[in-house]
Ligand binder design. Structure first.
Ligand SMILES: CC(=O)SCCNC(=O)CCNC(=O)[C@H](O)C(C)(C)COP(=O)(O)OP(=O)(O)OC[C@H]1O[C@@H](n2cnc3c(N)ncnc32)[C@H](O)[C@@H]1OP(=O)(O)O
Ligand SMILES: O=CC(=O)O
Ligand SMILES: [Mg+2]
Length: 531
């Protein structure tokens, strides 16, 4: 039963930080009361679910392997479909994603993509200022008031027919330490969701635009059910009809790949699709199977979507979604445009094109791009091979993917340059993140929290499983790592790369994480203490 709004007081939420006047408008007494209510109703369950993640991981560390659940077989075997897909989400052939920075939001909305995923997660460094400014920007976008003038005097405003807005809150694991309720840090997910819903849900609903969400890093159906309960409660509180909030779930953890039907089922009326979040998925494969010496991965450049375990996962996702009437969204190629070198740029675009071709031919209904210049590249491929708004009629009943295929080991090698690149990317990304930037180009690739996590988890695995060797049989050892880290830190400290000023802090953190006996669950958790 909903608590009467007047019984909630803003004293319930303690603010630890100094918001600007614009940010304070987002943290109005009513908005804070809404957040406190979400916290008190749902945070205990969130913590229980995080504890359950740790229990499952302990079993996998002890030698078990993930599997399909016996207790949910009826959900997988029975016939049912997700609810109707709203008109605004029936053609999602190209979705652009990006951090919730003012200029980038305008560029993304104007990019020609069907959808813009505004990201509080992988591509955001969640400083309080970044998160609150992101909320200000999204509120202005929804209100039709988003404009920006760059320091060079260039004016930006949102054009007619912008992309449809979908928001990705932080995952269940991340805290928001600047807001506490009853002495407890709030969940980043509930803060991002709560503030966005509070300020925008009614306006979006009036225009038949949701609100719509992408949900990151879920590991099981119970975590999806928690989101469903949060949204059902928010809909009632905000006076919008039940089921107005629609979600697309990223299948980007190995455990979730075993529960795709269950996750859609848990969200049934509000689920509109699943997305192959390939980068976190690779990270999750590494993390989940961190104790299994026979499933080490080769260097990350070799772990392409065509390797057996990733092909299996993406095809199972398409088959699952289409059986349930949901959209099967593809993921993001890491290549971005290269300025000032036409040949290198064309080679990068060719890789993006090949990735999109694989996706559309496999049966995906749409895809993600990292940069506005990639919208026409991806769109040309989807327009050619998917003339209808989507291809949910492609059943893929030829796909036979079971446990063995999802867990298949991956052949390949570790080269010295692959090892060194992991060290450099980890260091540069962590430094940029500590400096407030959640997505950066490194060697012409998009690097964000998920791609950096792959590099970190690989380094940890290679160093902690005894006897791992380079392709040329030289041993991989801690001295090599320490040396590479120090050399990169020395080189970058006085450079002009994003976050150069935080290189030493990043190097200290990485040294600690890579030497630790246990692979830390997320790089961003200890890093958040320093943000
Ligand atoms: C694993 C995952 O979770 S994937 C999802 C998370 N990752 C992302 O969303 C990637 C987002 N992309 C980005 O942040 C950027 O494209 C980067 C960091 C990869 C590259 O950034 P830059 O090197 O600055 O790009 P570049 O200089 O070519 O940008 C050119 C213009 O495009 C804009 N732009 C670049 N990427 C985006 C984007 N994703 N959305 C909106 N605008 C963008 C820039 O703001 C710039 O605008 P301007 O000309 O008006 O100044
Ligand atoms: O969020 C997307 C991913 O690939 O990770
Ligand atoms: Mg991700």
């Amino acid at each position: 039963m909903a608590l009467p709004r007047e019984r909630l007081t803003t004293e319930a939420v303690q603010l630890h930080g100094q918001p600007s006047p614009a940010q304070q408008a987002i943290l109005s007494p009513q908005a804070l009361a809404f957040l406190a209510d979400l916290h008190r109703r749902f945070d205990t369950r969130r913590r229980e679910l995080l504890a359950a993640r740790r229990e499952r991981q302990a079993r996998w560390d002890a030698g078990e392997l993930p599997d399909f659940r016996a207790d949910t077989a009826a959900i997988r075997e029975s016939e049912w479909t997700v609810g109707p897909i709203p008109p605004a989400l029936r053609d999602r052939r190209v979705e652009i994603t990006g951090p919730v920075e003012r200029k980038m939001i305008i560029n993304a909305l104007n990019s020609g993509a069907k959808v813009f995923m505004a990201d509080f997660e992988d591509s955001s460094a969640p400083s309080f200022a970044n998160q609150l400014d992101g909320q200000v920007n999204l509120r202005d976008a929804v209100a039709g008031k988003l404009a920006y003038t760059s320091p060079e005097g260039r004016h930006y405003r949102v054009d007619a027919n912008p992309a449809v807005l979908v928001v990705r809150p932080r995952g269940w694991h991340l805290p928001e330490r600047h807001l506490t309720v009853d002495g407890e840090a709030m969940s980043g997910a509930l803060v991002d969701f709560g503030l966005y819903a509070f300020h925008n849900a009614r306006a979006l609903h009036r225009r038949d635009l949701g609100p719509y969400f992408y949900l990151p890093k879920l590991e099981c159906m119970e975590e999806a059910a928690l989101w469903d309960a949060v949204m059902a409660h928010a809909e009632a509180e905000l006076d919008i009809p039940p089921g107005s909030m629609k979600v697309t779930v990223l299948i980007e953890t190995l455990p979730a790949a075993f529960q795709m039907h269950e996750i859609l089922h848990a969200l049934q009326s509000r689920a509109v699709g699943l997305n192959c979040g390939r980068w976190d998925y690779i990270f999750s494969y590494l993390k989940t199977l961190r104790g299994h010496r026979d499933r080490l991965l080769p260097e990350r450049g070799q772990v392409q979507m065509t390797v057996p375990f990733l092909k299996a996962y993406s095809e199972l996702l398409i088959q699952t979604c289409h059986r349930r009437g949901a959209f099967a969204m593809g993921g993001m190629a890491a290549q971005i445009p290269i300025k000032g070198d036409a040949a290198a740029n064309e080679a990068a675009l060719a890789k993006v094109r090949a990735d999109k071709l694989r996706e559309v031919q496999a049966g995906h209904d749409g895809t993600w791009v990292a940069h506005p210049a990639l919208v026409p590249v991806a769109q040309a491929v989807f327009d050619e091979y998917m003339p209808e708004p989507n291809q949910r009629d492609v059943e893929r009943d030829d796909v036979r993917v079971g446990r063995e295929q999802l867990l298949a080991p991956c052949a390949g090698t570790i080269t010295r340059s692959g090892f060194d690149n992991n060290v450099e990317v980890c260091l540069r990304y962590t430094a940029a993140w500590l400096d407030g930037q959640g997505c950066v180009p490194i060697h012409h690739l998009m690097e964000d929290a998920a791609t950096a996590e792959i590099a970190r988890a690989q380094l940890w695995q290679w160093l902690h499983h005894g006897g791992v060797e380079f392709q040329d049989h030289a041993p991989i050892d801690f001295a090599l790592f320490d040396h590479a880290l120090a050399a990169h830190a020395h080189r970058l400290r006085d450079s002009n790369v994003p976050g150069a000023a935080r290189v030493d802090a990043a190097a200290r953190l990485l040294r600690e994480l890579i030497h630790a006996d246990t692979l830390a669950d997320f790089l961003t958790l200890p890093a958040y203490e320093q943000l």
